[in-house]
Ligand binder design. Structure first.
Ligand code: GLN
Length: 189
């Protein structure tokens, strides 16, 4: 199994490091031809406005949208914003991949100075993760909630699309990646 990590912007290297620690092969994806090679995609955290501009100038949106319709995608933080169907606080002209039926609000957990680490509740266990200018999930009524923080959804899944408000890769939390990879294996078989 080969996992692509969208490498336009943000902390794609940390995701690749985590995948490497889990013994999973990955490549950085910047072109449609690279997307064709992978079984699943991770869209990292970073800055969704910059990511959106770069995806536009690389002409990647059509391929990303087709991919997300058919194959597993995990979006963390800015990556989840890119996957969300409804984004509050987007900038004019900002484009998204979409497909994940949630409403998110950009930067709603506060700006850079309000970044924090916290334990999120996956039901069976708690994991320490990082929230950095993190988006809040305002509507999770159409998706499965995978993790909560103070009762609010912070990680969700709808079919083969996964999203999280936080950065698991910064604290080295592997639970979400493992859930995603289990799904990827089933999807590939
Ligand atoms: N607030 C950022 C955005 O809108 C996301 C922050 C992050 O990915 N750490 O893209």
């Amino acid at each position: 199994m080969l996992i692509g990590v969208l490498g336009l912007q943000g902390d794609y290297r940390e995701h690749q490091k985590l995948l490497n620690e889990l013994g999973v092969e990955s490549i950085k994806v910047r072109r449609a031809s690279e997307l064709e090679k992978v079984d699943a995609l991770i869209i990292p955290g970073g800055e969704s406005t910059a990511m959106s501009n770069l995806a536009k100038s690389f002409g990647l949106f059509p391929a990303l949208r087709d991919f997300a319709k058919a194959k597993p995608v995990l979006g963390t933080c800015a990556g989840m914003i890119m996957l969300a169907d409804d984004v509050e606080g987007s900038i004019p002209g900002q484009e998204f991949i979409g497909g994940l039926p949630i409403k998110v609000s950009r930067n709603a957990y506060g700006g850079q100075t309000h970044s924090f680490e916290s334990e999120v509740d996956f039901g069976t266990l708690k994991e320490k993760v990082a929230f950095i200018r993190a988006p809040r999930i305002l509507d999770s009524s159409k998706v499965e909630v995978l993790a909560t923080l103070n009762g609010e959804a912070v990680a969700v899944r709808s079919g083969h699309l996964f999203g999280a408000s936080f950065h698991p890769e910064i604290t080295g939390s592997k639970f979400l990646h493992n859930l995603f990879l289990e799904h990827c294996k089933i999807a590939k078989d």
